[in-house]
Design a binder for this molecule. Structure first.
Ligand code: ADP
Length: 491
C-alpha cells in the first residue's frame, strides 16, 4: 500500500513535470508570435507614415514645379531616401511573417506600394500637373494603404488570438496544477496512513511486546506482520525469547540436577555415618568394609559431578588443556573396565578387538574420563543388567573405541540432543539421576583431540557410543584385524 501511494506520487510528479515543459514551450511559442505580430504592426504603421510622407512631398514637389519654384529633381534625393527607407522596412517586416496568409498579404503590400511609387515616379518625371497626379495616383495610394491596413489588422488579430490561447492555456494549467496538487496531497495522506498502518503500528506493537517481555512477561511474543524487515525482526525476537526461556528452564533443571546429584550421595553418607552408634557395640570388620565401600562410591560420584562441572566451565572459557602422548587405547579400555566391573556385578563388561596395542595420540587422563563416562552411562542406562562390550581397534587409519550396551536406548529425535549441555533424554530424566553434562564434556574432549564421539541407538535395544581418535605417528598397526564396526544389539 505504501509502495502504491509512493508510485502514485511519483507518476503525478512525472506527469506534472511533462505538462509544465509542454506548457512552457507552448507559452514560449505564443509569446514569440505575439512579439512578431506587434513588430509587424509597428513596421506596417511606419510604412503607412512613410507612404503619407512620400505622397505629401511628391505633391508639394509637383505643385512647386508647376509654380516654377523648384525643379522636381531638387527633391529627388529626399523622395528616394523615403523609398529606400520603405524598402528596408519591407525587408525587416518579412522577418516577422509567421503564416502563409500573412506572407501573401505582404506580397500584395509590396506590389501595391511599388505600383504606387512607379506611377508617382512617372508623374514626377513628366512634371504632371498636381491635380492630374493626385487623380492618377490616389487609387494606387489607397490600394497600398488598404493592403497595409489589412496587414496590420491581420497581425493584430493574430496577436489577439495568441493572447486568447495563452489565457486559455493559463487557466487550463491552473486547473491542472490544482488537480495535480490535490491528487498529490491525497496520495501523500494515503502514504502516511499506509505508513502508519504497515510500519508504525507493527513497530509500536513490537516495542510493546519487547517492553512486556523485559518487565518479566515471559509469554509475550511479537505478531509476525508488516513489511518483511519487521516480520523478520519479530520472528528473530520470538526465537530469541523462546531460546531465553528454554535456557532459563535448562539452567533451573541444571541446578535441580546438581542439587539432586549432590544430595543423593550426601544422604547416603549421612546414613552410613549415622549407622555407627558410638554407644552401641563395636561394628564388625565386614560392616566397616561395606560402609567404607559405600562412602568411597559416594565420594567418587560427587567427585565426578564436581569434575564435570569444572570441565564444563573450562570448556566454556576455552581453557581445556590436553597433555598429548602416545598411549595404548586397549590398555585404557581395560583399566576402565576393571574400575567398573566390581561396581556393577549385574553387568558383564568385556574388552575385545585388537590383540596388540592400538596407540593413539591423546591425553590418557582425558580419554579415561571419556571411557569412564561411557561405561558409567552404559551401566546406568541398562538397569536390567546385561552385556557391555568395549571394543578397541583401528578403522580407516584412526583409532576407535566403542562401548555397546543392551539398555534402554535413545529415541531417534533425541540422539543429537543428548550431546548438548544439561540435556537428558525424556525416558531417563525421572529414572536415573544425572545432570546431562557428561556426554557434552566427552564430545568436547574428543573434538579437542581432532577426533569424534558419535552414537547409534535404538529405543529398547541399546546404544553404541563410538570414540574415534588420531593414531600416534609411527605407531605400529594393531596385530589383529581392526575391531568390527560396532552395531546396535538386536533384541
Ligand atoms: P547424565 O548421564 O548425567 O544425564 P550425560 O551427558 O552422560 O549426562 O548423558 C546425557 C543423556 O544421554 C542422559 O541423560 C541419557 O538420557 C542419555 N544417555 C547417555 N548414555 C546413554 C546410554 N548408554 N543409553 C541410553 N541413554 C543414554
Amino acid at each position: 500500500m505504501v509502495h502504491g501511494a509512493i508510485a502514485t506520487i511519483a507518476v503525478l510528479l512525472l506527469l506534472s513535470a511533462a505538462a509544465m515543459s509542454l506548457l512552457t514551450s507552448f507559452l514560449h511559442r505564443t509569446s514569440r508570435l505575439i512579439d512578431d505580430s506587434v513588430e509587424g504592426v509597428r513596421l506596417a504603421m511606419e510604412l503607412q507614415q512613410r507612404m503619407t510622407q512620400y505622397n505629401m512631398l511628391s505633391n508639394v514637389t509637383l505643385a512647386s514645379a508647376e509654380a516654377g519654384l523648384v525643379r522636381p529633381r531638387d527633391n529627388s534625393p529626399a523622395l528616394e531616401a523615403i523609398v529606400a527607407g520603405v524598402d528596408r522596412r519591407l525587408v525587416e517586416v518579412r522577418e516577422y511573417v509567421s503564416s502563409p496568409e500573412e506572407d501573401s498579404l505582404l506580397r500584395e503590400v509590396e506590389q501595391r506600394m511599388h505600383d504606387y511609387f512607379a506611377a508617382r515616379a512617372a508623374l514626377l518625371e513628366r512634371r504632371a500637373p498636381p491635380g492630374e497626379a493626385i487623380r492618377a495616383s490616389s487609387p494606387l495610394l489607397d490600394a497600398a494603404m488598404t493592403s497595409l491596413q489589412d496587414f496590420v489588422d491581420k497581425n493584430r488579430r493574430q496577436a489577439q488570438a495568441a493572447m486568447r490561447r495563452a489565457a486559455s492555456w493559463d487557466s487550463t494549467a491552473d486547473v491542472l496544477s490544482i488537480g495535480v496538487a490535490l491528487l498529490a496531497a491525497i496520495a501523500t495522506v494515503g502514504a502516511l496512513v499506509a505508513l502508519e498502518r504497515c510500519v508504525h503500528a507493527p513497530l509500536a506493537a513490537l516495542k510493546r511486546v519487547i517492553d512486556r517481555f523485559a518487565r518479566g512477561d515471559k509469554a509475550a511474543r511479537a505478531q509476525v506482520t508488516g513489511p518483511s524487515e519487521l516480520r523478520s525482526i519479530a520472528a528473530v525476537f520470538n526465537g530469541m525469547a523462546d531460546r531465553l526461556i528454554y535456557q532459563e528452564a535448562n539452567q533451573l533443571a541444571f541446578i535441580a540436577g546438581v542439587a539432586h546429584d549432590l544430595r543423593n550421595p550426601l544422604t547416603a553418607l549421612r546414613f552410613t555415618v549415622g549407622s555407627f552408634d558410638s554407644s552401641g557395640p563395636a561394628p564388625t570388620a565386614e560392616r566397616v568394609r561395606r560402609a567404607n565401600d559405600l562412602v568411597g562410591r559416594q565420594v567418587d560420584r560427587m567427585e565426578r559431578l564436581v569434575g564435570d562441572l569444572l570441565d564444563a566451565t573450562r570448556i566454556h572459557a576455552g581453557r581445556l588443556e590436553l597433555r598429548l602422548e602416545a598411549c595404548d587405547l586397549r590398555e585404557l579400555a581395560r583399566e576402565a573396565a576393571e574400575l567398573f566391573r566390581p561396581l556393577s556385578p549385574a553387568h558383564e563388561i568385556t574388552v575385545e578387538g585388537a590383540a596388540g596395542p592400538v596407540v593413539a595420540r591423546c591425553d590418557p587422563a582425558r580419554v579415561a574420563q571419556v571411557l569412564n563416562n561411557l561405561i558409567s552411562n552404559a551401566i546406568k542406562y541398562s538397569p536390567q543388567g546385561g552385556a557391555i562390550a568395549i571394543s578397541v581397534g583401528e578403522d580407516g587409519g584412526r583409532a576407535s573405541v566403542t562401548v555397546a550396551d543392551q539398555g534402554i536406548g535413545v529415541e531417534p529425535e533425541e540422539i543429537e540432543r543428548i550431546f548438548e549441555p544439561f540435556r537428558r533424554a525424556d525416558a531417563t530424566r525421572e529414572l536415573v539421576p544425572g545432570v546431562g553434562l557428561g556426554l557434552w564434556v566427552a564430545r568436547r574432549i574428543a573434538d579437542a583431540h581432532g577426533g569424534s564421539l558419535e552414537v547409534k541407538s535404538a529405543p529398547g535395544r541399546g546404544s553404541v557410543f563410538r570414540l574415534v581418535l588420531p593414531l600416534a605417528e609411527g605407531a605400529a598397526p594393531a596385530s589383529s584385524p581392526s575391531a568390527q564396526a560396532a552395531s546396535i544389539p538386536r533384541s
